[in-house]
Write a protein that binds this ligand. Structure first.
Ligand code: MTE
Ligand code: MO
Length: 311
């Protein structure tokens, strides 16, 4: 990949947000007003071998990003604010044993360990585009299973309207959690109908190999029509709830990162345009597409909603 670009883009917009906050904090001007201004300005032994990669392009012929790039350029604030340091900071992260506890407004709460996950759900490969809100993107061959399969097993009650996801919390293993800029653990959410959409998946691998810690091992969410921050890594808890969950990013910067976060080239981030993107490892910039190019599968979810206001 373009190594120069890698090192020069260590400071990214999402990180920039944090740097400003820490600066303000240090400068002793961390009042509500100042905050507002700042905001406006490895592998587990348990898993069987997943199916081998059948193709190296997405459904449109976009080549998959290299394994090297996918595993070395990562956003994972629990480990580091620097994308290029995440892989080394996370290399000893313990991902086995691991439990995913699924509950809340359900008739049939369940706890899955890695063995039972692999017994219950058969792995498929899906090559998805991923678009980070910072305007870089990748094409990633995931292995995993549709989130809907798990949700059906636990039988959501009629009052369940949203799904709340919670990531692993242990500052001893995740040094980024010692920083106070964020309210840990990392939280994300989906509306129940979004979560039931076939595109939404829980991934356990990339390129047919078990996920590495830096990409969210042992299990992470993948929601390809939304900005990358919705695709929460290292999931330990999934709750069906009646109210819209407040994500880590909504709590940190509500004017910049909303609940829906559907990829939309026509709605600028308050600090930069979303019209184009940089596909890591590929030349030039390309146009960003509404719903990251998945409009046929997901547009119906948002009928009657003002997309411009649904960031
Ligand atoms: N738990 C957790 N999940 C997370 C993040 C994070 O910091 N912590 N970063 C998000 C962001 S901003 C992006 S762009 C994607 C990046 O996924 P990748 O590093 O596997 O490409 O993960 C998302 N999931
Ligand atoms: Mo991101």
């Amino acid at each position: 990949m373009e190594t120069n670009k890698l090192s020069s883009s260590e400071i990214t917009p999402e990180q920039d947000y944090i740097s400003r906050r820490s600066f303000l904090k240090k400068a002793g001007v961390f009042s509500a007003g100042a905050m507002l201004l700042a905001a406006c300005g490895p592998a587990t032994s348990a898993s069987p071998t997943p199916p081998a990669s059948k193709s190296n392009t997405d459904e449109r012929g976009n080549p998959a990003t290299s394994y090297e790039n996918i595993t070395s350029y990562c956003n994972y604030y629990e480990f580091s604010n620097s994308k290029v340091l995440v892989a080394s900071y996370s290399k000893d992260f313990v991902t086995n044993p691991w439990n995913v506890v699924v509950g809340g407004l359900v008739n049939n709460p369940k706890t899955y360990d890695l063995d039972s996950l692999h017994k219950h759900f058969s792995l498929q490969e899906r090559i998805y585009r991923m678009r980070c809100v910072e305007t870089w993107s990748m094409v990633i061959p995931w292995t995993g299973f549709p989130l809907a399969q798990m949700l059906k097993e636990v039988e959501p009650k009629p009052e369940a309207k949203f799904v709340r996801f919670e990531a692993f919390y242990d500052p001893k293993q995740m040094p980024g959690q010692l920083r106070t800029e964020f309210q840990w653990p990392y939280i994300e959410g989906l509306r129940l109908d979004e979560a039931m959409n076939d595109l939404a998946m829980l991934a356990t691998g990339i390129y047919g190999k078990d996920l590495l810690p830096q990409n969210g091992a042992p299990i992470r969410l993948v929601v390809p029509w939304k900005y990358g921050f919705k695709s929460i890594k290292a999931v330990v808890k999934i709750d069906l709830v009646s109210e819209m969950p407040k994500s880590l990013w909504m709590a940190a910067a509500p004017d910049e990162y909303g609940f829906y976060a559907n990829v939309n080239p026509n709605v600028s981030h308050p600090r930069w345009s979303q019209a184009t993107e940089d596909r890591i490892g590929a030349p030039g910039r390309r146009q960003t597409e509404l719903f990251n190019g998945y409009q046929n599968q997901v547009a119906a979810l948002y009928q009657g909603m003002d997309l411009a206001k649904s960031f």
